[in-house]
Design a binder for this molecule. Sequence first.
Ligand code: ZN
Length: 445
Amino acid sequence: MADDRDPGTPEAVALLQALIREACVNTGDPQSGQEIRSVRVLQRFFAEVPVEMQVLEASPGRASLVVRVRGTEPGAPALGLLGHLDVVPVDVAGWTRDPFGGELVGDDTNGEVWGRGAVDMLYLTSVFACVVREVALAPTPPRGDLVLLAVADEEAGGEFGLRWLLREHSAAVQVTEVLSESGGMRMGDHVAIGVAEKGSAGRRLVVSGVPGHASIPYGAKSAAFEVAEVLQRLSVVQPAIQFGELWAPFVAARVEDPELAERLLDPVRVDAALPQIGGIAGYAHAISRNTISPTVISAGQAHNVIPGEATIDLDIRTLPGTTDDEVDQLLTEMLGPLAGSVRIEHLHGWAASGSPIDTPLFAAIERAVRDVAGAAVVPNLAAGGSDARLFRDRGIPAYGFGLLEPDWSYERYRAHIHGNDERISVGSVDLALRALRQIVADRIG
Ligand SMILES: [Zn+2]
């Protein structure tokens, strides 16, 4: 295998290891993350390279780096490579190796790099940086701009990262098309490329009872029992199945058995068929409907007082096209006879986002994946959210890129991100590097 590796792969692997070791853990606390450490690593990586480099710090330590290689042709595309530097926390006890050691386990052509962020998404951030450096050092400048956006705070919503950059430094982050994370997983013979993400519509259900002394419950109307009834109902009444335009391509890519595929395409029979598609059933369930998960439930303040009010927070993930009003309507329908005694409050959220697939950038991705991996692309709806949506919201096409080795199924990918023993194979770094280099040449070379 050694001879097959790209000459740039060792450098991408070394940069990945360095970024893992900076341990920019984002807990959601504004002081966490401290991405300035990884920004410094990248600044050294670009030292002496002819690029425009800006360190932009939303608050102390919450820094992002923007590296721009200027193109020569006005009107040519400006391709943004959006990589985040922060990672989610770890449960150290669940790891077999140091989550921030950045160890290369196995040999340097077929081994794996271990550590938090290896998959989500430091391997891509590293590959992005390597290709930007190559382009900057090439004898001929590109036609269009190539921009590395190495940002802080993706894992907590981007208030100290891309959201802030787009608000306060829009000229610095100006691009016309974007590649980011949430792609590259294998689905059957296909490679998934992210084109859309579900939205989030947080809700709080408030139910009322009548407070009283807990020593004399006779005739009391406890909000705790009201909450139990509401939860019971939400566990039984389910949101309707809605197959969007990405459902059929997903089934076609993933399911070989024609009889099973037929059942999966039938809204009446799909749920009974889900257990037969194995580990991807949860994902298939999530992308075929709006989902509602009760998360934080609270009632009562004192041991001896019957609660007069109780709340249920709902994590609701919406399909593209679902409006806020439709979410409230859905909840009202699900609650049925209980709806009259429940008040619905809106928590934070964002709309689902998507990019069209008839763009030159998507076509370039398809060509690169075919040439580098010999595989076709299947456009993919992500169940979670990423910073890419902030560009889609502005009408800028953004795709979830990546290219993992053939044994990296969607299930394997899911098990690694935010999980224990996160790691990425050197072979996957190599594939992503080759594909990205081709896409960049295709678009702005
Ligand atoms: Zn990520």
